[in-house]
Ligand binder design. Structure first.
Ligand SMILES: Nc1ncnc2c1ncn2[C@@H]1O[C@H](COP(=O)(O)OP(=O)(O)O)[C@@H](O)[C@H]1O
Length: 201
């Protein structure tokens, strides 16, 4: 039985998943597959920023976030996510890809969710080693137009992940919300592990 049908039949509460993982760990690829399988919305904050950059006349502000290693301000990200979550398609469930990326974002997100009587069903950590990530991102730079995938930016973004985003995992781990998935497996195996994890949650 497809996962979406199972979830409907068993009238389980909406799936609300947060993906945390370094750049290149497969959050985008797996996020799209999970969203389609479970019929939930895939919210990628990186994609939101790239859309704003493309729509903006004066693209300097957004370019600095999407073309380098600088994180966008917490307030901006929280506003973007809150606005997106208020749209009707998120009622059936959502998967966050790229948010929260800092401890402040995680705390503000909790405030938002509590206010709306919602909670995260599970945080999935996509675990990937730095060497594998660098290889993947260099490959990605060839096939996708991602100016942030230069070797210098990759090293810097991995550092930003370690320093700014890893604390988000400790925060959720304290609440027993985190499941680790080996993101260095092939795409189908990672997806199979994620599906099992969501079905159990
Ligand atoms: N929640 C966020 N907070 C701050 N900056 C963000 C956030 N999400 C995305 N960004 C910015 O957008 C860039 C691209 O994000 P993304 O597509 O998720 O890349 P990746 O998954 O490769 O790290 C990030 O390097 C960061 O500068």
């Amino acid at each position: 039985m497809p996962a979406a049908a199972f979830l409907r039949l068993s009238s389980v509460k909406p799936v609300r998943i947060v993906f945390v993982g370094p750049p290149g760990s497969g959050k985008g690829t797996q996020g799209a597959r999970v969203a389609s399988e479970f019929r939930i919305s895939h919210l990628s904050t990186g994609e939101m920023l790239r859309q704003l950059r493309d729509q903006s006349d004066d693209d300097c502000k957004f370019s600095s976030y999407t073309e380098g290693s600088i994180l966008a301000p917490d307030d901006l990200m929280i506003e973007l996510v809150a606005e997106r979550l208020s749209l009707p398609d998120c009622q059936a469930g959502w998967l966050m890809d790229g948010f929260p990326r800092t401890l402040s974002q995680a705390q503000a997100f909790d405030g938002y969710l509590n206010h709306h009587g919602d909670q995260i069903t599970r945080v999935i950590e996509l675990v990937a080693d730095a060497d594998g990530i660098v290889k993947r991102l260099i490959e990605r730079a060839k096939s996708e137009n991602r100016p942030d995938d230069t070797p210098k930016n990759i090293v810097e973004r991995l550092k930003v992940y370690r320093v700014r985003t890893k604390p988000v995992l400790s925060y959720y781990r304290d609440r027993d919300l985190v499941t680790q998935i080996d993101a260095m497996q092939d795409i189908d195996s990672v997806f199979a592990d994620i599906k099992k994890c969501i079905a159990r949650s």
